[in-house]
Design a protein around this ligand. Sequence first.
Ligand SMILES: Nc1ncnc2c1ncn2[C@@H]1O[C@H](COP(=O)(O)OP(=O)(O)OP(=O)(O)O)[C@@H](O)[C@H]1O
Ligand SMILES: [Mg+2]
Length: 344
Amino acid sequence: MARETVLTQESASEDPKRDAALRPKHLREVIGQQAAVQRLSIAVNASKKLREPLAHILFDGPPGLGKTTFATVLPTELGVSIQMTSGPALSKPADLLPFLTNLEEGSILFIDEIHRMPRVVEEFIYPAMEDFRIDIVLGDGMNARTISMNLKRFTLIGATTRSGMLSSPMRDRFRIHEHLDFYTVPELATIVRVNAQKLGTQISDEAALELAQRSRGTPRIANNRLYWVRHFAASESDGIITLPIARAALEMAEVDRDGLDKQDRRYLETLLGVFGGGPAGVEAIAATMNLPADTLSDEIEPYLLREQFIVRSPRGRIATPRGFTAMGHTPRDLSSPETLPRLF
Ligand SMILES: Nc1ncnc2c1ncn2[C@@H]1O[C@H](COP(=O)(O)OP(=O)(O)OP(=O)(O)O)[C@@H](O)[C@H]1O
Ligand SMILES: [Mg+2]
C-alpha cells in the first residue's frame, strides 16, 4: 500500500530554485543548530580579525538539514566569493584546476557530495588543503616531471550525507566538523512562519505547528509542505493558511500525521510485512527494498531511530509499537514472555 503522492515525491527530490529562494543569507537568520551557529560565528570572527582564511569545514548530516545553507551563508559573512562544485562532477584532477586557479585570497570552494569524489582527485587536493599548493604532472613516462604550483589561501567546505564513506585522511584534513541533526518541531514551526512571510502568505501559529509536526524534522520538507499548503489556500480559500486549511491540504497530499515520507513508509512496510517487525539486519531490509544499505543507514534510519519508530538491537532492527501503529498495524505484545526471547 505504497501511498505515493505529488508531495512526498517532491520532498524526496531537490528543487534548487525553491531552496535558493528561501535559504537564509546570514548566520543570524539560520534557525536552530545553535551550537553549530555559535562555533561558526567564532571561526568567522577569528578569521576576520586574524586575516587568516577560515579553517576547512566539513558538514555532514541527512539531506535537507542545511549543509548547503551553511556553506552559502559563510562567504556572505566573510565578504568573500564562493565557487561551487560537487564530488560526481570531479572525475579527474584536471576537473579541479579551473576552481583552484580561480581562487581569491580567503575565498571558499564548496564541494557538495564530497564522498563521491574519486580517490585520485582526493589525493590531488590534499596538498592544496594543507599547504595551498598542487603538484601537476607534465608529460609521461621518462619525460614526466612534476611541477608545484602555489595557490591563494582558501577554505574548502565539504558537504556529505555519508561521512562514513569519506576516507579518514580526507576527513582529518577538515579542522572543523559540523554534524547537522534533525530540527525540533518548534524550530521547524519558526522556519515555516519566517518562510511564509518571505512568500507574502499569512499563516496561523497552529497551522505552522501542524506543518512542522509533519515535516520529518527537515527544513526542506517543511518548505515543500508550505509551498503546497500555500497553493491549496490560494485555490480553495482566501489564501490565508489556517489550521483547517493546512489539515485539509496535507490530508489531500496524503502526508501522514507523523510526516513520514515514501521511503520511510516503504522501510516500515518491509520491516513489518516481510520481517514481521524484526529483528532484521539492515542488509536484509536493504536487499528486499532494492536499495544500498548505506542509503538506509544514512538517510532513512536516522529519523526513524530518533523518533523511535524502530530500535537497533544486536540482532537487527526492530519496529517499536509506534512503528506498528504508524503503519496501521496492531503492535506486538512486547511484554509477553514468548515474544521477548525471539526479539533479543
Ligand atoms: N537552519 C535553517 N534555518 C532556516 N532554513 C533552513 C535551515 N536549514 C535549511 N533551511 C531551509 O531548507 C532548505 C534546504 O536546506 P539545504 O539545501 O541547505 O540542505 P542540505 O543539507 O544541503 O541538503 P542536501 O543534502 O540534499 O544537499 C534551504 O533552502 C532552506 O530554505
Ligand atoms: Mg545541499
